[in-house]
Ligand binder design. Structure first.
Ligand SMILES: C[S@@+](CC[C@H](N)C(=O)[O-])C[C@H]1O[C@@H](n2cnc3c(N)ncnc32)[C@H](O)[C@@H]1O
Length: 460
């Protein structure tokens, strides 16, 4: 691999005797992983139907390695059913280690395209609330798609600068993930373009960006709350030194030991500026010690205080849904948990709001709550996100196809399919693969007109 001398000199000083092992491993192929969406399927059930040969990623309960030469999980219908996320294995560590619990209010501040947000949301089990933010609006669109694909409803996707968020959300969050923009030294095996970007930007630019973000998250974490800082780079300036900077902002912050799975190394106090021995509690994942591209992870707790400010809840105005929407929603069973008191309408679009929804007015917002569908010309058109949110048996008109049925791929490509072999009523039908929803179709006497969201279609 072609690496700039400025990088090899620095990493040689950093690694000492480990340098050769690191350099040798860069000439081997990268590791590929997928992470099961436990919001839709248990790991046990997924392993029963998995068409791929999988090997567990040791630091997660739901992450697995696959051989990219033997299979392409991103092209399988289960991917379109949101049963897993394709994720580099060391990138699975941060969301797995942040101890999200039911009912938590969580912020993922640098979230796009959603690799970690999708796992944080799954860990909430439909309770609490997730705000997923990314400063880049175009990347936030991909983030929204991934959260929708995962069937998440108790979320908000925003695209804001951290200082705008902190004016709104003072001491609001139980958990915060900061997967910081970084120089990406752990991405060199993925693409030579990452090396070029590293040469163009350097580590100082990112160290500055990280400090700007840390200044704001520290205000947003509740006393008693926990945050996790991660990067996919190795430079001390962006890792140990960023954590030293964070600790200097608030003396109620303390480092928590990151679990050290086999191959994980301690953070290195000598790579900081204050020689704070506590930095050993951080974890460094190096590609020559684990099967993954590399990461840095730090877990930080804010000590309890007497007073905490609770976020200003969304005021549920509620609405009486339009007659056509109401008729449609009557076909959804109550165990889907969509209660009419929490439905909001905005310009003909209906949203299901979580019970405890932070007030995000005034923020650049891409989505608040679960988008249910739209009233168009006196008809209600259900959304793709509603289809992904539902589970088998929750809509009263379903077509369940097996993954080997060629109609599944044809459906995902946007074609009309025949279903005269199925006992279904005319009108909207939820199309499933092996019991997992893919999207909507409209049945007329056994012919299913395709209603799969055009932007999500499978390319031929
Ligand atoms: C490492 S990536 C995040 C990857 C993501 N957590 C995932 O797992 O898919 C860093 C992200 O930070 C975003 N970003 C950069 N500066 C930011 C800022 N000041 N505030 C919020 N997001 C920022 C970038 O647009 C980028 O999407």
């Amino acid at each position: 691999m072609n690496l700039p001398e400025s990088f090899t000199n620095r990493i040689k000083t950093q690694l000492g005797d480990d340098y050769d092992a690191y350099m040798n491993c860069l000439d081997q192929g990268m590791h590929h992983g997928l992470r099961v969406n436990t919001n839709k399927i248990s790991v046990e059930d997924f392993l029963k139907i998995s068409p791929f040969e999988l090997k567990p990623v040791p630091w997660t309960t739901n992450g697995f390695y696959y051989d990219d030469k033997a299979c392409t999980p991103s092209k399988h219908p289960y991917y379109y059913a949101g049963l897993y996320y394709i994720q580099e294995p060391s990138a699975m560590a941060p969301a797995s280690i942040l101890p999200v619990e039911d009912g938590d209010v969580v912020l993922d501040i640098c979230a796009a395209p959603g690799g970690k947000s999708t796992e944080l949301a799954a860990k909430l089990h439909g309770t609490g609330f997730l705000i997923s933010n990314d400063i880049s609006n175009s990347r936030a669109k991909a983030l929204l798609k991934n959260l929708e694909l995962f069937g998440i409803g108790n979320m908000c996707v925003v695209s804001e600068a951290p200082n705008k968020l902190s004016t709104k959300f003072y001491q609001t969050f139980d958990k915060i993930l900061i997967d910081a923009p970084c120089s990406g030294e752990g991405m060199f095996r993925k693409s030579q373009s990452m090396v070029t970007a590293w040469e163009n930007n350097g580590v100082e630019l990112f160290a500055g960006l990280q400090r700007g973000i840390l200044n704001e998250v520290v205000k947003m974490l509740k006393p008693g709350g926990t945050m996790l800082y991660s990067t996919c780079t190795f430079s001390p300036e962006e890792n140990e030194q960023s954590i030293e900077y964070l600790l200097s902002l608030d003396d109620t912050l303390e480092l928590v030991e990151v679990p050290k799975y086999p191959g994980f190394c301690n953070g290195n106090p000598a790579w900081g500026k204050t020689e704070n021995a506590e930095l050993e509690k951080c974890a460094r994942l190096w590609p020559h010690h684990i099967e993954g591209e590399g990461h840095f992870v730090a877990l930080i707790h804010k000590k309890e205080a007497e007073q905490t400010q609770v976020f200003q809840s969304w005021i549920h105005r509620g609405c009486k849904p339009d007659k056509n929407a109401e008729e449609f929603l009557a076909h959804i069973s109550s165990d889907a948990g969509i209660r009419s008191a929490y439905i909001e309408e905005n310009k003909g679009r209906l949203y299901y709001m979580a019970e405890h929804m932070p007030d995000v007015s005034g923020l650049r917002m891409l989505r608040q709550g679960l988008f249910l569908g739209e009233i168009k010309k006196n008809r209600f058109e259900p959304s793709q996100s509603l289809a992904m949110y539902l589970k088998q048996g929750q809509f009263d008109n379903e077509v369940n196809l097996t993954s080997s049925d060629d109609r599944v791929l044809r459906y995902l490509k946007g074609e009309t399919i025949e279903a005269s072999d199925q006992k279904i009523k005319n009108g909207y039908v939820l199309v499933l693969v092996d019991g997992y929803p893919l999207g909507w179709a409209k049945n007329t006497n056994g012919t299913l007109k395709n209603k799969y969201l055009s932007g999500w279609r499978m390319m031929s």
